[in-house]
Design a protein around this ligand. Sequence first.
Ligand code: DGI
Ligand code: FE
Ligand code: FE
Length: 196
Amino acid sequence: MTMKKILNQIKMEFTVAGIVHPRYYHTIGVIEMALTLNNVHQLHIEKEKIILAAGFHDIAKLLDKSQMLDILVKNYPNEVENLLDYPQIWHSFAGPIYAKEKYYIDDEKVLQAIKYHTTGRPNMTNLEKIIFVSDYIEKITRKEASMIETRKIALKDLDSAVCKTLGDTIMYLKQTHKKIYDLTQAAYDYYLAKEN
Ligand code: DGI
Ligand code: FE
Ligand code: FE
């Protein structure tokens, strides 16, 4: 797929009643930042994989909660009961299924990067890491001080930026009285141990 075609598909998915949702501009920011991190750290990931993973990472975000749940029930029958307490994560787990069914994305590495973009996980691939971090630090819509600080770290040390993103996220979840999903905690424990 060409870059132009991918961006058009995403723009259409994020256009609601003729208005382009801010989610589209966030997505452009994630593509740009992920490409930057690939270059800065010389990861040599194929450009097309990065554009697909970043471009489609939030593809399921604007579905109705009922549509997301329907996808989860069908595709993660054993995990769905536990996932009920974490609605913020639904779009990431529904993402690879929706991207495959509607947009014929079939690269497993790309699909995994979409799936884990919200929680992270221990021992992520480089593609998973750059999508996970770029989601938090992209320049177009992420303007908070902690995000800008993490952006500086990400240009120097990717694992450190993964660790800080997870730490900031967990702190935010605690402040807002949301439950921390096992995988988010496991990812944080893993990257914190790597830091020390
Ligand atoms: O979709 P985005 O807004 O671009 O960002 P995202 O997919 O990284 O995160 C969406 C939300 O998910 C964000 O507010 C943090 C939240 N989240 C991440 N890990 C967990 C979580 N929510 C809960 N309840 N538990 C988690 O472990
Ligand atoms: Fe997301
Ligand atoms: Fe996102």
